[in-house]
Design a protein around this ligand. Sequence first.
Ligand SMILES: C[S@@+](CC[C@H](N)C(=O)[O-])C[C@H]1O[C@@H](n2cnc3c(N)ncnc32)[C@H](O)[C@@H]1O
Length: 244
Amino acid sequence: MAAKQLLDLQFQHNRQTQHNWERSRVHREAIHDHLVRYGNAALLRAYGAGNCNDLDLMELSKHFTAIELVDIDTKAMESALIRQNVNTDDGVRILGDIDLLSSAHVPSQPADVTVSSCLFTQLLEQFIEDNAATADLISEFRRQHLNMLISGTSSQGHVYFITDLVSDLTAPQLKQLPNDQLNGFLSNLIERRNFFSGTNPFAILKQLESDSRVQSTNLLDAWKWTLGPRTFAVYGIHAQLDTN
Ligand SMILES: C[S@@+](CC[C@H](N)C(=O)[O-])C[C@H]1O[C@@H](n2cnc3c(N)ncnc32)[C@H](O)[C@@H]1O
């Protein structure tokens, strides 16, 4: 399948899951708590915003003067704003039709907080369609994505790389697993290399820690996300940037 066909599927998938607001509650609340942890700020930029089922825009607009949503699927973001009853008066703006595959997006102003939420696995899937999936290429592809997040964030700002790690398709126990067993369960899966390509948290931490613009990193506890018929394990990495 060509990368273009994968994108068409992604659009269809966005339409099918646009009303997953309630199902995404735990996922949305986990992300929200992280994004507002360091207090109020001027600009939040969210990459892969799509249906925004993971962003309570009204609540977030109480903490950020402006919120910039970036995705290739403009319609998904427009309909999310209608569902959530927010608009530009609330400081929310849409940057649609932006293809993030090449990680070349250069924002017009640095964000205080940048989040990439469950976008990376989609991008990597498209990349792998047209390229050999060697470990080195995947690592370089991820480095470019992380670089885009860091470059668009102000000094001493915060970057959140949030990704789906595995789903109940290859880890069927996930659906019934109590939340307090999730981190241990996922450590086991990582040891057995049962996770989506490119999402090994330890490889990502290493990459971020070797970046001179990053002051500190921390691995965030995992949570579950129900999307359509599937259950995903999701985790995040927070990077605090250094002074320039
Ligand atoms: C799993 S969804 C996450 C959606 C959203 N964060 C939510 O919870 O409702 C992945 C998002 O990545 C976007 N996406 C996929 N490929 C993309 C690309 N090449 N460029 C920009 N966005 C892309 C899709 O349109 C979709 O909105």
